[in-house]
Design a protein around this ligand. Structure first.
Ligand code: SAM
Length: 206
């Protein structure tokens, strides 16, 4: 099977769909920092007054993300204990994403969760349906009107299919009066990654 071309790269679609709604001063979340590609994308978009919280449970992932950010002239701070983060900046948080409410101090404009395991690392350390679902629910609750949560889920590793199904079920059950949900995947690639984006509907002015 050939590797996916540009059209089938759902992480790029995730970035585009978040890019169009981010405003200066927003609070942004990366629920799975990993090698820092998504964190760097958000860091480039947030401006000087924004706040970016990036979570990972693996020290190697936080170190890789920090390297990426510093190479691009950002100055992230490491957070090793729960605390509300109210000041602008980039924060690399050594904790599971399902504990994000111990850190969050504002509504979230844009969030991304790129699920699975850290490429090139211990594949046993991967996102799991229960904690993923808890983190996604907290993020959905914290989304500002017009804010978006993008999730990329993979089915090719052990447990991936179950996690993808759990995320799909969670997004499909979101009330249409409160959220719009987009589902995007390559239709002709076997076991292609799935992108789900939920947007909290903007408040309607009567
Ligand atoms: C596919 S990688 C993320 C890729 C990353 N966003 C990037 O741009 O490179 C998935 C990451 O999720 C992390 N992870 C697994 N369980 C987690 C949890 N409960 N909370 C936060 N991160 C977790 C893994 O350590 C791994 O680094």
């Amino acid at each position: 099977m050939p590797s996916p071309g540009f059209l089938a790269q759902v992480t790029d679609w995730a970035h585009s769909l978040l890019d169009e709604i981010i405003l200066p001063g927003d609070t942004l979340l990366d629920l799975t920092a990993g090698n820092g590609h998504d964190t760097l994308f958000l860091a480039r978009r947030m401006g000087e007054t924004g706040t970016l919280l990036a979570f990972d449970v693996q020290p190697a992932a936080l170190a890789a993300s920090e390297r990426q950010l510093r190479a691009a002239d950002f100055s992230p701070r490491r957070i090793d204990a729960p605390q509300r983060i109210a000041r602008p900046g980039i924060y690399l948080i050594a904790d599971s994403h399902h504990c994000l409410d111990r850190y969050l101090a504002a509504e979230v404009r844009a969030a991304i969760a790129n699920l699975g395991y850290l490429p090139g690392s211990d594949k046993r350390v991967m996102t799991r349906p229960e904690t993923t679902e808890a983190a996604l629910r907290l993020t959905l609750d914290a989304l500002a009107p017009g804010g978006r949560l993008a999730v990329v889920a993979y089915c090719g590793h052990p447990g991936g299919e179950e996690e993808t199904a759990a995320v799909q079920a969670l997004f499909a059950a979101l009330p249409a009066a409160e959220f719009d949900v987009l589902q995007l995947t390559a239709a002709n690639h076997r076991c292609a990654p799935l992108l789900l984006v939920a947007e909290r509907r903007p408040v309607e002015i009567a």
